[in-house]
Design a protein around this ligand. Structure first.
Ligand code: DC
Length: 257
């Protein structure tokens, strides 16, 4: 018999700071479950790129907000076999790789802090979430976009571990920069993402905090899959009328919250 809708897990939120491995884990989990993988960061990156392309100052809140309300961003299944996991289009243009540029990296935290930009993006993200069967990754998914998500994970690691990983990635991509620079920019992004007034980065009260400082990607994915299975099993044991699982019935990854 198929899972009862009351007991199935249809929406998973993964939040956490830059470089924690949310994309790798989110994608792996979505593949494992046969769910849609949706990385919401690409939307903020696409707005930032649009501003840069049009010569709009990325700190001009009014102009950037108007732009965010006007541009058409699509996140689609990959249409090319060049290592991408999805295709991002900005007003029809393929910007999947352009949104990873260093100038986008440098400006995106400022752009994503503007309330009207967030409002425009969150509305679109909620439409995607309403279809269910989705692993959605970002900074405010468990707190704002899907506060009723069936499972919320906050993936964390020390800033040094995250900077080391990002540093290695950049080297592998052939765009090396010094570890000290990567660490400094990671700290700056943490500061901007956690201190902004609108939807700052923080774990939802009912999120499972997974600290992957000492786990590699395979170990973290296995851990998260086990967490999903544990929640599914706990839900299957719940009486029909209840849709939420008592947190005490689950293996909690972190006892030091
Ligand atoms: O995950 P990322 O590095 O691609 O995210 C890019 C920026 O967008 C980052 O500075 C945080 C912001 N962001 C956000 O504010 N809310 C989200 N749901 C996703 C990303």
């Amino acid at each position: 018999m198929a899972d009862s809708p009351n007991h199935s897990i249809r929406t998973i939120a993964i939040d956490g700071p830059a470089g924690a491995g949310k994309s790798t884990i989110g994608l792996g989990l979505a593949r494992h479950l046969g769910f849609l993988y949706f990385d919401t960061g690409v939307m903020y990156r696409a707005v930032t790129l649009a501003a840069l392309q049009r010569g709009i100052a990325t700190d001009d809140e009014d102009a950037v907000s108007q732009l965010a309300e006007a541009v058409h961003i699509e996140v689609l299944p990959p249409h090319k076999d060049d290592g991408r996991h999805y295709t991002v289009r900005l007003d029809g243009e393929d910007v999947t790789w352009a949104i990873r540029r260093a100038d986008v990296d440098a400006a995106v935290s400022v752009v994503s802090a503007f309330p009207r930009v967030r409002q425009a993006m969150v509305a679109q993200q909620r439409r995607v979430a309403s279809n269910g069967n989705v692993v959605m990754v970002g900074r405010d998914i468990g707190t704002v976009v899907m506060p009723d998500a069936d499972l919320k994970i906050y993936l964390d690691a020390t800033v040094e571990a995250r900077a080391q990983r990002r540093h290695r990635e950049l080297e592998q991509r052939g765009t090396p920069s010094s570890y000290a620079d990567v660490l400094a920019s990671m700290k700056k992004r943490d500061e901007l993402d956690t201190s902004r007034a609108t939807s700052p980065l923080r774990p939802a009260d009912d999120a499972f905090i997974v600290d992957c400082t000492h786990m590699d990607a395979d170990e973290t994915l296995a851990y998260v899959i086990a967490l999903v299975e544990a929640q599914k099993a706990a839900r299957a044991d719940m009486p029909q009328h209840s849709t939420r699982v008592a947190r005490s019935s689950l293996v909690h990854p972190s006892s030091d919250r």
